[in-house]
Design a protein around this ligand. Structure first.
Ligand code: NAD
Length: 698
C-alpha cells in the first residue's frame, strides 16, 4: 500500500507515499480507501488529515500507469473522491510542495483544505491534450470562482498557493499555514477544530455561476481556440467549466466525463501523451543503466567560436558552468565573444535576462589561443570547420593536453565519429554532441555514440544535457545521424515535387498546413541552400545511385543561398524574414522541367505531404533496423525538437502509426511507380514490411 496510516490522539493521518511525487497509482488509491475505512471504524478518531510524504502532496496520475488498464482500475480516482466525500468524519487535506492534476482533484474532494505557502497548484491535463477528468472542472470553479478556475484549467499553468489564497471569495483553501514546517501541526489543530462540525461541507454543494453567463464562455472559447490552433482540449475545457455553471453537479460530472473520453481518444492527445513519455524515455539508454557512475563536469572548453561554438558556450554559461573558448586567431575570438555579448544584450533589452545575470554569465567566460589552457577542462567540445583534416589536428592536440578522464566531444554534423576518435589514444572518452543551430536556443541534442565510447561518458553527457536544458537523443554513427540523414530524403522529395509541377510556395504551404513550422524551401533558405549543395556534390561521388532534382543546384549556381544572401527559393528584404515568391525562380524551375521533357501536372496537397512525411518514415525504419536509433520514439523526439515537425502529430512515426502502416506502405508502393521519382528509395524498408505483415506498429 502506498498510503500510510497513523493515529495522533483523536486525529488519523493518512500519508500518501509513492515516490517521487505520490502519483495516484492503483496501490496508492487502494491505500487511501483502506486507510479511510480504518479511520471511520476507529472510535477514537474524530477527524482525518490527508497529506503526502516527501516532495509532494501529490503530483497527480502515476505516469507509469499511462496507457494501461491500471489507470482506470477500481478504486479509480472518482471512487476515492466519493469515499472521502461520504466519509462520516471530516477529512482535511494538508497540501504542500506540489498539488497537481489528480492530486488537486483529490484535495477538492476533501471537506477542508489547508495549504503551506509555496505549494505549486495546477491542473496541467490540458498540456497532454486532456482536461481534468476527476471532477476538477466541476469542483475548482465552485471553490475558486469561475474565471480563476477556467484560467488555471485552460492554461495548465502552475500558481502558488499564497496567490490563490488571495482570490476574493475563494473556498479552495480554508487556511494558509504559516510555513511548510508548521503545516503538519497546524493541520492536526485545524482537524481538531472542525471535528464536530456537521453537516460536513462539500465543494460539490457550492454554487457555481458567472454573471455574464454564456457570453463570457463564448469569449473564453474564442480565445482558447485562437491560442491552441491544432488542439481541441482548451476549448473543451471551456465547455466543461460552462457545464459546471449550467448543470447540477452530477450532470456536470457526466459532461466532464464525456468530454474527457472524447479527448482521450483523439489523435492530438495521443500525440502529446506519446511525446511526454518519449521525451522521458529518450534520456534512457538500454545498455547504460541509471546506476552507471558519472564524471564531474565543472569546467568546459569549447574549440571554435563560430556560429555553433558561441551558442554551445552560452548553454553552459546559462547553467552556471565556466567555459574557456579557444580559437586560432585573436580576431576570431573577439568576433565570437562579441556575438555572445550581443545575444545576451538582446535578451536584456527584451527584459528576458536581468543585467546582473548577464554579467554573472559573462564572468564565467574566458578565452585562449593556447591548447595548454584547456588542461583543467572536464568536457571539451569541438566546433571547428567541418573538415576531417582540421578535426584531426584539433583532436591530436586535445589528446596531448586534456587531463585524463576529460570528455572530448565533437559537434560534427556529417563526419565519422569513429575516425575522429581514432586521432586520440583515448577513443573511450570521445563522443559526438551534435547541437542544432542556433545552439543556444534549439532544444535538441543528438548524442553520438562511437564504437568505443565508454558507458560512463554517455551517462555523463546525458546528465549534462539535462543540466543545460537540452533534450538529448542517442544516435549511432552514420552519415547525418538520425535527423539530417532523414531530412536529406525529405529534401530529395521536395526537389522532385518541383520537377513534377509544384512551385516552392505550393509545397511549403501544404507542409505548413499539415503543421510543419516551415515548409522545406523556407527551411532551406533559413539553413542555407549551400549546405545541401555541398552534400549533393559529395553524394555524386560516393553514392552515384541516388537521384536528385537539379533545381536546387541551379539555384545555388545563381548564388541564391537563402536568407544570408537575401535570395534563395524566395526573396528577402534586408532585416526581414518574410519569404517573397520570386517569378524568376519559378521560371527557372519550369525551364528545367522543359529541358527534361516533363509536362507539369497538378499535385494535390495530400500527395505533397505524404511524399514528404513518408520519406522520413521509410528512412527512419532503416535507421531503427540498423540500430542507429535505439527506439522509434527517439526519432519522434528528434523531429519534434529539432525539425519543427507538428507537435499535434507526435512525430513522423507516431503519425505513421495513426495513418496505419499498411496505408503508408501502399502509398510508398504507388510513389515508387512514378517514373520521375526514385523507385529504389520507395522500396519499403524491411522493418516496415515486417511490421505490416505482423499487423504491428512502430
Ligand atoms: P563556423 O565556420 O561558423 O565556425 C568555425 C570556427 O572554428 C571558426 O570561428 C574558425 O575560426 C574556428 N576554427 C577553425 N579551425 C580551428 C582550429 N583548428 N582551432 C580552433 N578554431 C578553429 O562553423 P559552424 O557553423 O560553427 O560549424 C562548426 C561545426 O559545427 C562543424 O563541424 C559543423 O558541421 C557543425 N555544425 C554546424 C551546424 C550549423 O548549422 N552551422 C549545426 C550543427 C553542427
Amino acid at each position: 500500500m502506498s498510503a500510510e496510516y497513523q493515529v495522533h490522539g483523536d486525529v488519523a493521518v493518512i500519508t500518501l507515499n509513492n515516490p517521487p511525487v505520490n502519483g495516484l497509482g492503483l496501490a496508492t488509491r487502494q491505500g487511501i480507501v483502506a486507510a479511510l475505512a480504518q479511520a471511520e471504524q476507529d472510535a477514537a478518531v474524530q477527524a482525518i488529515v490527508l497529506t503526502g510524504a516527501g516532495k509532494a502532496f501529490s503530483g497527480g496520475a502515476d505516469i507509469t500507469e499511462f496507457g494501461t488498464d491500471r489507470a482506470f482500475a477500481e478504486p479509480n480516482l472518482h471512487t476515492v473522491i466519493a469515499a472521502i466525500e461520504q466519509c462520516a468524519k471530516p477529512v482535511v487535506a494538508a497540501l504542500h510542495s506540489v498539488a497537481m492534476g489528480g492530486g488537486l482533484e483529490l484535495a477538492l474532494g476533501c471537506h477542508y483544505r489547508i495549504a503551506a505557502p509555496g505549494t505549486s497548484v495546477a491542473l496541467p491535463e490540458v498540456k497532454l491534450g486532456l482536461l481534468p477528468g476527476a471532477g476538477g472542472t466541476q469542483r475548482l470553479p465552485r471553490a475558486l470562482g469561475v474565471e480563476a478556475a477556467l484560467n488555471l484549467i485552460v492554461s495548465g499553468e502552475t500558481v502558488k498557493s499564497e496567490m490563490l489564497a488571495f482570490v476574493p471569495g475563494q473556498k479552495l483553501f480554508d487556511k494558509l499555514a504559516a510555513s511548510a514546517q508548521s503545516l503538519a501541526e497546524e493541520a492536526l489543530a485545524f482537524a481538531r477544530s472542525v471535528a464536530s462540525v456537521r453537516p460536513l461541507p462539500l465543494v460539490s454543494s457550492l454554487p457555481c455561476k458567472h454573471p455574464q453567463g454564456d457570453a463570457y464562455f463564448q469569449f473564453a472559447r474564442n480565445m482558447a481556440k485562437g491560442m491552441a490552433k491544432n488542439f481541441p482540449a482548451p476549448a473543451k475545457c471551456v465547455d466543461a467549466v460552462q457545464a459546471a455553471t449550467q448543470k447540477k453537479f452530477a450532470d456536470g460530472l457526466a459532461a466532464e466525463r464525456a468530454l474527457f473520453i472524447e479527448l482521450m481518444w483523439g489523435s492530438e492527445s495521443r500525440a502529446l501523451r506519446h511525446l511526454f513519455l518519449a521525451e522521458r524515455a529518450a534520456s534512457k539508454i538500454p545498455d547504460v543503466p541509471s546506476s552507471t557512475p558519472q564524471r564531474t563536469i565543472a569546467a568546459v572548453g569549447v574549440i571554435g567560436a563560430g556560429t555553433m561554438g558561441g551558442g554551445i558556450a552560452m548553454n553552459f554559461l546559462n547553467a552556471g558552468i565556466p567555459v574557456k573558448l579557444l580559437e586560432t586567431k585573436p580576431e576570431a575570438l573577439e568576433r565570437g565573444i562579441a556575438t555572445i555579448r550581443k545575444n545576451y544584450e538582446a535578451q536584456v533589452a527584451k527584459k528576458k535576462l536581468k543585467q546582473d545575470k548577464y554579467e554573472q554569465r559573462m564572468a564565467l567566460l574566458s578565452s585562449t589561443l593556447d591548447y595548454a589552457d584547456l588542461k583543467d577542462a572536464d568536457l571539451i567540445i569541438e566546433a571547428v570547420f567541418e573538415d576531417m583534416g582540421v578535426k584531426g589536428s584539433v583532436f591530436k592536440q586535445l589528446d596531448a593536453v586534456a587531463k585524463p578522464g576529460a570528455i572530448l566531444a565533437s559537434n560534427t554534423s556529417t563526419l565519422d565519429l569513429n575516425h575522429i576518435a581514432a586521432f586520440t589514444h583515448r577513443p573511450q572518452d570521445v563522443v559526438g554532441l551534435h547541437f542544432f543551430s542556433p545552439a543556444n536556443i534549439m532544444k535538441l541534442l543528438e548524442v553520438v555514440r562511437g564504437e568505443k565510447t565508454a558507458n560512463d561518458v554517455l551517462a555523463t553527457v546525458m546528465a549534462v544535457a539535462k543540466k543545460i536544458r537540452k533534450t538529448a537523443v542517442l544516435s549511432g554513427v552514420c552519415d547525418g545521424f538520425i535527423g539530417n540523414r532523414m531530412i536529406e530524403r525529405y529534401s530529395q522529395q521536395a526537389g522532385f515535387l518541383l520537377d513534377e509541377g509544384c512551385t516552392p510556395a505550393q509545397v511549403d504551404k501544404a507542409a505548413e498546413k499539415f503543421g510543419f513550422a516551415m515548409g522545406p524551401f523556407r527551411m532551406g533558405d533559413l539553413a542555407g541552400n549551400d549546405i545541401g549543395w555541398a552534400i549533393r556534390k559529395r553524394r555524386a561521388v560516393e553514392r552515384p545511385d541516388l537521384k536528385y532534382s537539379k533545381t536546387a543546384d541551379l539555384l545555388c549556381e545563381q548564388g541564391r543561398f537563402g536568407q544570408k544572401t537575401g535570395a534563395g527559393w524566395y526573396d528577402y528584404l534586408p532585416g526581414r524574414r518574410d519569404a517573397i515568391p520570386n517569378a524568376e525562380v519559378v521560371a527557372m524551375i519550369e525551364a528545367n522541367r522543359q529541358a527534361q521533357g516533363i509536362t507539369a501536372r497538378k499535385i494535390s496537397d495530400e500527395e505533397i505531404v505524404q511524399r514528404l512525411v513518408f520519406s522520413l518514415v521509410n528512412e527512419a525504419a532503416h535507421i531503427l533496423e540498423e540500430g542507429i536509433a535505439t527506439k522509434a520514439s527517439d526519432i519522434d523526439v528528434v523531429y519534434i525538437f529539432g525539425y519543427g515537425f507538428p507537435v499535434h502529430r507526435g512525430g513522423p512515426l507516431c503519425y505513421a502509426n495513426e495513418v496505419g502502416l499498411f496505408n503508408v506502405v501502399r502509398a510508398m508502393q504507388r510513389f515508387g511507380q512514378n517514373p520521375l521519382d526514385d523507385a529504389a528509395f520507395w522500396q519499403p524498408a524491411p522493418l516496415l514490411q515486417r511490421l505490416v505483415a505482423q499487423g504491428k506498429q512502430f
